[in-house]
Design a protein around this ligand. Structure first.
Ligand SMILES: Nc1ncnc2c1ncn2[C@@H]1O[C@H](COP(=O)(O)OP(=O)(O)OP(=O)(O)O)[C@@H](O)[C@H]1O
Length: 231
């Protein structure tokens, strides 16, 4: 369960991004944060990833207050959280395999374990036959799948994705959303930020609309499936 309690965020330059946002996201949920540019979607994701600190309020992940963690604690927390960036943030000089292996190397796992987990993950996203390519030798959709594989390789309980389909055409965007759907069905809580409310609504269970840093609406969708993981 994720809980945001009266979260406010004002950036150092004085720009207000979120105002008194309170929200509960049960484990196993599949949620889209949507709203116009500047509504606060990325800020909310970045707060959950501890890339920013709230100016006010508390954030709980499960029982844990993650509002003011030290860098070492943040690094450990991030093992439970995958983050998919709109611009992929892949290492362009490293192979697909190396990009996906990196989080496991940081954790100090042995080579054989890393090899078998990375290979399985690349099979899962359909890229096992391109593991020696570098990102620039891949299409945009393939790069995004590598980014998803890297975010999922540590088997996180929570997957955050900021405009994951923003750079893709409609068909590829649909494929990426299907991948998130499958990841969610395996039990991972998925929270995406997307301008494309229509696309998201075909897949997610719940849509939260932000406007000027406030929650405008929070709607559970009709096709919602029962949740499959308790926390
Ligand atoms: N690092 C930053 N420093 C200062 N202000 C920021 C920073 N990041 C975001 N903001 C401001 O905070 C507000 C919310 O921005 P945020 O990026 O969260 O919105 P968003 O809904 O994700 O927008 P977009 O869809 O364009 O990515 C905006 O007014 C933005 O200008």
């Amino acid at each position: 369960m994720i809980q945001l309690c009266n979260i406010g965020k004002v950036y150092a330059n004085g720009a207000p991004a979120l105002h008194d946002v309170s929200l509960k996201i049960p484990a196993g949920d599949f949620v889209c944060l949507t709203g116009a540019s500047g509504a606060g979607k990325s800020t909310l994701l970045r707060l959950l990833y501890c890339a920013e600190r709230p100016s006010r309020g508390q954030i709980l992940l499960g029982e844990r207050n993650i509002t003011r963690l030290r860098p070492r604690q943040i690094a450990l927390l991030r093992r439970q959280i995958g983050f998919v960036f709109q611009d992929f943030k892949l290492l362009l000089k490293r192979s697909v395999f190396e990009n996906v292996a990196l989080p496991l190397q940081v954790q100090g796992l042995d080579r054989q374990t890393i090899h078998s987990r990375v290979y399985k993950m690349l099979q899962y996203v359909g890229l096992e036959y391109k593991l020696q390519r570098t990102p620039l030798e891949l299409s945009g959709g393939e790069q995004q799948r590598v980014a998803i594989a890297r975010a999922m390789i540590g088997q996180p309980r929570l997957l955050l994705a900021d405009e994951p389909t923003g750079n893709l055409d409609n068909e590829l965007a649909g494929e990426i959303m299907e991948m998130f759907e499958r990841i969610n069905l395996l039990g991972t809580t998925v929270l995406i930020a997307s301008h494309d409310r229509e696309l998201a609504q075909r897949f997610v269970r719940r849509t939260i609309v932000l406007k000027d840093g406030h929650i405008l609406s929070d709607q559970r969708l009709a096709q919602a499936r029962p949740q499959n993981r308790e926390d």
